[in-house]
Design a protein around this ligand. Sequence first.
Ligand code: DGL
Length: 270
Amino acid sequence: MQRKQEKNNRPIGIFDSGFGGLTVMSAISKLLPKENLIYFGDSAHVPYGSKSKKAVTNFTVNISKFLESKDVKLIVVACNTASAFSLDTLKKVIKVPIIGVIEAGSVTAARNTSNKRVGVIGTEGTIKSNAYAAEIKKHDNKINCFSKACPLFVPLVEEGWNKGKITEEIINVYLKDLVNKKIDTLILGCTHYPLLKNSIQKIIGKKIKIIDSATAVAMAVKDLLENKNLLRNKGAGKYCFYVSDDPEKFKTLGSKFFNNKIDKVVKVEL
Ligand code: DGL
């Protein structure tokens, strides 16, 4: 166990099944540039989106315990599938506060919709869990949610196919039913989808507002740290990256998601 660091200097732990959560880390680093951040990408077990609740929960409990051993002051579950499946369990077994991505995105969508018709897209696991619809109903039970799993989006993004004819055709096939339901708001309920945002907007049209949970989560992190008097107020934050497999691949692909170069990645076995 590391020596206890000064309360506010302790890092924020962020994790995902792989690279996708780096879109959330990027939003947090922009909003809170003084915070030290530790990222864990579970590249040995990615994708979570097609796995069972039990398997994903086991992985996420181990990762959260690893982050706690690094003396983090807060854990961000920067993965929609993991937030949908495991957040309640993690809140019971982990001592530090935990934030998932579903609540923040749902609140933003509930505030944005005028016609009370919201679309949600995500992995099979996230959509089957119904977690977004349940969370949105907590804020306004008159909102109608229409969901669609888009399993081809993650591999498209990982191959760097963020735009172009084939990608747009796939987006159209997945999203035309939601557009026909006259939604005015669409939640990108998966960490990879922000990289498809421009192509999605082109296909669904400008009238539908796209909600990207990364920004909403960064705001929720700021509010929580402020309320607990845990914001770090000096110097520039330092970043550490851990993975459970293939650090070299993480460096190359991760830099795209983080929008910044990633130089050092450490492999750990949990
Ligand atoms: N990070 C996952 C999510 O946001 C997408 C990738 C995966 O299936 O593991 O749901």
